[in-house]
Design a protein around this ligand. Structure first.
Ligand SMILES: NC(=O)c1ccc[n+]([C@@H]2O[C@H](COP(=O)([O-])OP(=O)(O)OC[C@H]3O[C@@H](n4cnc5c(N)ncnc54)[C@H](OP(=O)(O)O)[C@@H]3O)[C@@H](O)[C@H]2O)c1
Length: 329
């Protein structure tokens, strides 16, 4: 049983699929960590696009019809108890991580997570801001590894202003590559601040046709993939992380020219440690579009559903200090 006094906690739940307003803060039992799990007292969580898809009922074959459901993949917090067989020395550690499963429910005061899926929070990191990083950081890491970003290589990040894109841009720079960004025109300056040396507007890809060829393309939107693939130089590699890019990726197997691969985030302590290393070395910072208190998670979902972003929407679970907001209205 958890070594904590509370038996109930506040957690975001929903009782039916629907618009963001179905999300509510409910009082529910504190979960007990099973064998191999740790119990984390959650500081902050975030909103990922897939969570809005599940909540809206667009993934029913996998999300099923059992309610109430919880929500949230990312978490930062402190380990307060461990289950049988888990490492007791983790208690008291500041951690971060993500649960990459459709039934994940990290937007809650406590969450049980497999011991192998928690990493140490980078030293000195703000636990609210850091909640912007686990899922998108691991996704960006998988993408840069899949396309082989490194010194002397030219990379193009499509959807560069969003949650994954804002991390991918920084990782490409950290790994020594020259990086170009595709975003909305009004996010070009934001992408340049994150390290892009060339910026392109997805509404007018004409100028991109005149750019020098790229060694690597990381797509985070899944449209116009033929145009981006056409900008790859000899031996270049391209990857998409967007579900809507899967059709073109399959088509690329039979088209002349390079194949477009599909990749995904993989939750692991090693991946979290790699991200923490980049943060500690000052190469990567969480990019927070806005911090929402847990009670206002519906607003965060509405913002995520626009499909436009400057970084990540964070949900603050602890209320010890007022939620800060920056950027978004
Ligand atoms: N495979 C995985 O493991 C994995 C993990 C997480 C997420 N994902 C998927 O990856 C995608 C990106 O996730 P995210 O968290 O980065 O989403 P996000 O934060 O919502 O960012 C999406 C970005 O797409 C850009 N965009 C909008 N319209 C575009 C267009 N026509 N062409 C190019 N870019 C456009 C937006 O740019 P502006 O704001 O400048 O308009 C925005 O920055 C989503 O489909 C998500 O479901 C996959």
């Amino acid at each position: 049983m958890p070594a904590i006094r509370e038996t109930t906690m506040r957690a975001v739940r929903y009782r039916k699929y629907g618009p963001p307003e179905v999300l509510e803060v409910a009082e529910v039992p504190v979960p007990a960590p099973a064998a191999g799990q740790v119990l984390v007292k959650v500081h902050a969580s975030s909103v990922n696009p897939v969570e809005a898809q599940v909540r809206a009922g667009r993934m029913r074959p996998v999300s099923g019809f059992r309610f109430p459901k919880g929500i949230g993949q990312d978490f930062t917090g402190e380990v307060v108890a461990v289950g049988a067989g888990a490492d007791g020395s983790l208690v008291g550690r500041d951690v971060w991580g993500c649960v990459l499963a459709v039934g994940a429910a990290t937007t809650a005061e406590y969450v049980c997570v497999k011991e192998s899926l928690v990493g140490d929070l980078p030293p000195g990191a703000d636990p609210v801001e850091a909640a912007a990083l686990p899922t998108v950081g691991l996704a960006a890491l998988a993408a840069v590894r899949a396309v082989g970003v490194g010194p002397g290589r030219r990379a193009l990040v499509v959807g560069a202003s969003g949650g994954i894109g804002s991390v991918a841009l920084q990782l490409c720079r950290a790994l020594g590559a020259e990086v170009a960004a595709v975003s909305a025109a009004d996010n070009a300056e934001f992408c340049a601040e994150l390290g892009a040396t060339e910026t392109y507007d997805y509404a007018d890809l004409g100028p991109l046709a005149g750019a020098a060829a790229f060694d690597a393309v990381i797509d985070l939107h899944g449209t116009s993939l033929g145009a981006y693939r056409g900008r790859l130089g000899r031996g270049g590699r391209m990857v998409t992380l967007a579900a809507r890019g899967m059709g073109y990726a399959a088509l690329s197997l039979v088209l002349p020219g390079p194949r477009v691969r599909v990749t995904r985030a993989k939750a692991s302590r090693d991946g979290l440690a790699a991200l923490a290393g980049h943060v500690t070395r000052g190469e990567l910072r969480p990019v927070v579009a806005k911090v929402y208190p847990m009670e206002r998670i519906a607003e965060a979902h509405r913002a995520a559903e626009t499909g436009h972003s400057r970084g990540k929407r964070v949900v603050q679970v602890v209320t010890a200090r007022p939620a800060r907001s920056r950027g978004e209205a």
